[in-house]
Design a protein around this ligand. Structure first.
Ligand code: AHR
Length: 635
């Protein structure tokens, strides 16, 4: 028998309690959320023609080839130096094919917007035919461009797919002979999130939107730090005209990734402006994390000398101006020129990702001083190093406490049992010390980032059990997020991941369903739920938390049954009189190994039904391995 005191608020729950953590890992940006379908659209990958083939160009017998595509590097063009020069020798129809990101997903009757830049100096190339083809070269949609200008010019063309195909490719055929130069060959579905031209994949954003996340952390992760300092994420290079954003090798395209992908680069079409815009679209507070002048310590760990931190600190200050500054400030103007004169209302900024040791602390101090001097109300998120069971972590925590750090980011990738066993992790955290950002966590069914990890139900309900502990400690836990957020089913480097997608579809894992259930029922006020006066932290394999939602005047009780048996319980709701008609939501699956999948995306998903309450005491049958949310309106 459990008891809830419905009248006494223990603490307020932060609107940021449950959020999402975006990192460009697993093809989450290019090839994922960013709906661009052409891989290596501006020929800037390390191998400049990666992603492109020329099936009827036999480079070994020059006499026979009907044409050839090569790339030219213009060094004074610093951010986009390469373009493609195509020489067409005969009228046999020289072709270039782009393979997309493990193919291109096209949908019957959907429209696609193509754009490219071309210079046709001799005017002898009469027409460029653009087609979707399948693996048998069957044409699945077609359009054409007439490249009239001798100088560089933008061309656009729309076309419709005649068939749904997960592995289409883009074929470009040239009519006429001579030379033509091409750059930024880009293709987007017309139907993007919020109908933005060249925008984000609608189905994936919808999954995020449905979670009602309290914040969006971006752009990572280790990607912030870079394998080397030169390869760190530099936000200033990701704003402004898309074709001027400099391509960078992705940090997960290295030997340090569990499944490195040699074709993984960042074009930054999804850059900081787009991240802020996405945050706004999904109602999430933006939470950018910036380099703290230390490269990833799991890789090279390069450090910027303390005396040379200025440009890094300036990046942080300028970012705040970019997000919040008036349009008369230099960076506020950049934002306005991109289409958002109103500020983005940035309140948090993160300094460093998973850095640790004295080197981090001494750098953090410099950032903190500069940011607070100029923007005293900006809330700074710091880190104490990865994985809260090492000496470094303890050192970081102690030092950050001395500095009165506001929010410290903790990461844990542990087995499911750890999550059940650590539900009291924050019960004794100093309420006067730094607040907690549980910024990256996920139960690992095999081992951290093992390629064999599964998004199985045991992992998901163990996280749910742990999350009742996060919620019970809302006084000190201010932000939380599962990690990583998403993965391309054919191009991932890390498992498990919350959302899986291919080029046509996306689904939320069981872990997603847990996150969504908590996030959409987070409430505004924490209440006490007890058994014999003690918190429900594993007695009879049950874990629980309770909240009140001020706007809807609802009491919301969450109970996780981690046992293999159905359990009958009662919840005595003491205090406010409650309406008899309520709602019960159950998320359950019979087997620990059960998972959602492309074939059964909703196998593990919540079932909602009406609940009838008698005399303020709720009787519930909790299925084996289940998460139950009971919602009751106050009279
Ligand atoms: O989420 C994957 C990686 O795990 C992140 O990039 C890093 O912060 C952590 O080590």
């Amino acid at each position: 028998n459990l008891e809830v005191n419905t009248t006494k608020t223990i603490t307020k729950i932060q609107p940021t309690m449950y959020g999402v953590f975006f990192e460009d890992i697993n093809f989450a940006a290019d090839g994922g959320l960013y709906a661009e379908m052409v891989k290596n659209r501006s020929f800037e990958f390390e191998t400049p023609l990666m992603g492109w083939t020329q099936p009827n160009s036999d480079t070994h017998s020059f006499n026979k080839q009907s044409g050839i595509a090569t790339t030219i590097k213009v060094l004074e063009n610093k951010t986009n130096p390469n373009f493609c020069r195509v020489l067409i020798n005969d009228d046999k129809g020289f072709e270039m094919i782009n393979e997309g990101f493990r193919g291109m997903g096209i949908k019957k009757d959907a429209q696609y917007n193509l754009s490219l830049k071309a210079a046709n100096p001799s005017g002898s190339i009469k027409k460029i035919i653009i087609q979707f083809i399948d693996k048998n070269k069957k044409v699945l949609g077609e359009t054409s461009i007439t490249p009239t200008a001798k100088e560089w010019q933008n061309y656009t063309a729309d076309f419709t797919a005649t068939q749904t195909e997960a592995k289409a490719q883009l074929k470009i055929t040239f009519q006429g002979t001579g030379t033509i130069d091409l750059d930024m060959i880009s293709l987007f579905p017309e139907d993007t999130w919020n109908h933005r031209k060249n925008g984000l994949r609608k189905d994936i954003v919808q999954l995020l939107y449905d979670m009602k996340p309290g914040f969006l952390r971006f752009p990572g992760g280790c990607i912030v730090e870079g394998r080397t300092l030169a390869q760190r994420y530099q936000w200033k290079k990701t704003v402004g005209d898309v074709d001027k954003r400099e391509t960078l090798i992705n940090r997960w395209n290295t030997e340090f990734a569990h499944k490195p992908a040699p074709d993984y680069f960042q074009t930054f079409g999804l850059g900081f402006y787009e991240y802020f815009q996405l945050s706004e679209d999904i109602g999430a507070a933006p939470l950018p994390i910036l380099s703290c002048a230390m490269a990833c310590q799991f890789n090279t760990g390069e450090l910027v000398p303390l005396a040379e931190l200025d440009p890094y600190v300036q990046d942080a200050l300028d970012l705040i101006e970019f997000a919040n500054g008036s349009i008369t400030t230099p960076w506020g103007k950049v934002r306005a020129d991109m289409g958002h004169p109103k500020p983005f209302n940035l309140k948090h900024i993160g300094v460093g990702n998973e850095q640790w040791g004295p080197q981090y602390i001494e750098r953090f101090k410099v950032f903190e001083k500069a940011i607070k001097d100029k923007y005293p109300n900006m809330i700074i998120v710091s880190g104490a190093g990865p994985f809260p069971d090492g000496d470094y972590f303890d050192y970081g925590m102690q030092e950050l406490k001395k500095l009165n750090a506001e929010i410290v980011d903790e990461h844990y990738y542990k087995n499911p049992k750890w999550f059940r066993d650590n539900v009291t992790r924050y019960d004794n955290y100093d309420r006067k010390g730094p607040k907690v950002f549980a910024g990256e966590y996920a139960a690992q069914s095999v081992a951290i980032a093992s390629p064999d990890n599964k998004n199985n139900w045991e992992c998901a309900f163990s996280e749910a059990a742990f999350m009742t502990g996060l919620e019970r400690n809302a006084e000190v836990v201010y932000l939380t997020s599962y990690a990583p957020l998403m993965a391309h089913a054919e191009a991932w480097q890390w498992t498990p991941d919350m959302i899986w997608f291919n080029n046509l579809e996306a689904y939320g894992s069981a872990n997603y369903q847990v996150q969504k259930l908590f996030s959409t029922n987070k409430g505004t006020d924490l209440l006490a739920i007890t058994k014999d006066g003690k918190p429900v932290i594993g007695q009879n394999d049950l874990f629980a938390s309770a909240v009140k939602e001020g706007t809807t005047k609802e009491v919301i009780v969450k109970i996780v049954n981690t046992s293999s048996k159905t359990q009958a319980i009662t919840v005595d709701l003491k205090g406010s009189k409650l309406q008899s008609k309520g709602t019960v939501i159950t998320l359950t699956s019979p087997n620990l190994e059960d998972e959602n999948s492309f074939a059964a995306p909703k196998k593990i998903s919540p079932i909602e039904s009406e609940y009838l309450l008698k005399n303020n005491v709720a009787a519930l049958q909790l299925p084996a391995y289940s998460v139950t949310v009971l919602k009751l309106k106050m009279k």
